[in-house]
Write a protein that binds this ligand. Structure first.
Ligand SMILES: C[S@@+](CC[C@H](N)C(=O)[O-])C[C@H]1O[C@@H](n2cnc3c(N)ncnc32)[C@H](O)[C@@H]1O
Length: 271
């Protein structure tokens, strides 16, 4: 498996052995519509002729691209922006600088220095994660090198986009397989600032449009009541129409209030 240099909230890396066997490998085109840390497209790029990786966070998408196509210069720039482990004041200067003038290298530097390496934005899309007393180290360089080496043979077939998902479509929908890993409405992920009930409703329409067009999709989500929320209408509607695969993932391990957690991680597929 190819790991990515991001400790990304909601990363599917650990679930790949359960998810990837269910993918549709009969199609030549693959779209990873909510790429995040990229663990999914990175591990199936070898199996498709064309890959599209999309995420709404432009600096994150550009970071993927820079790592794959301009690794040494980009990594050197990020390293020079990272503050050392004791330099909280320097971290705040970097964070203010990012929020005033956003660049991919500043975002990646913040991700490497912040708490648990987990990026977080407020509703105005300002980066607001606290200082994590961590920085660019040998393990960061190793992860970058392994990610780039793993994708070296396939990177030229990967196209990157940064759009809200509803603006992404395939030129050849019948020949395309989509993997959809949207923010889970019941989670507290830092990128939930970008998500809303109306987008979830649009995502249901998007899934139905794929199905009507003869394409295939697999969507990750949580079925059942989770934390203090009821089941998401997206999951309720999709499970009425399509096939559901239970994925073994214990949310209690990471939950603050273990009694609230009852949801079941699922993969819903239209084939
Ligand atoms: C659960 S994460 C994806 C994790 C990814 N599969 C991985 O393994 O790292 C969901 C992603 O959706 C992105 N996102 C949120 N709203 C979006 C939108 N409207 N269109 C596209 N991407 C969006 C977030 O930035 C986040 O990276």
């Amino acid at each position: 498996m190819i790991n990515t240099p991001f400790n990304y909230t909601g990363s599917k890396f650990k679930l790949l052995p359960q998810i990837l066997p269910h993918f549709d490998y009969t199609k030549p085109d693959f779209i990873d519509l909510f790429t995040g840390g990229g663990s999914v497209y990175a591990n199936v790029a070898a199996k498709y002729e064309r890959v599209l990786s999309n995420d709404i966070i432009k600096d994150l998408v550009t970071t993927h691209k820079e790592l794959l196509f301009n690794k040494d210069l980009f990594a050197a720039e990020v390293k020079s922006l990272c503050v050392d482990k004791e330099n909280q004041a320097g971290y705040h200067i970097l964070r203010d600088s990012y929020n005033a003038a956003k660049t991919p290298s500043k975002l990646f530097a913040l991700m490497l220095c912040c708490t648990n390496n987990l990026m977080r934005f407020n509703k105005s899309f300002q980066f607001n994660q606290t200082f994590g007393r961590r920085t660019f180290n040998d393990s960061t360089q190793k992860k970058i090198d392994e990610f780039c080496a793993g994708l070296e043979a396939h990177k030229d077939k990967i196209k990157f986009e940064s759009e809200s998902f509803e603006n992404i479509w395939s030129n050849n929908p019948r020949e395309t397989f989509w993997y959809l890993d949207p923010p889970y409405a019941s989670s507290e992920a830092g990128y939930n600032a970008y998500w809303s009930n109306s987008l979830e409703a649009k995502l249901l329409d998007y899934c139905l449009k794929i199905h009507e067009a003869g394409g295939t999709f697999a969507l990750s989500g949580i079925s059942g009541k989770h934390k203090d929320k009821g089941e998401s209408p997206l999951i309720t509607e999709l499970t009425k129409r399509f096939n559901i695969v239970n994925i073994n993932h214990d949310y209690k391990k990471v939950a603050r209030n273990k009694d609230e957690v009852r949801g079941q991680e699922v993969l819903i597929k239209n084939y």
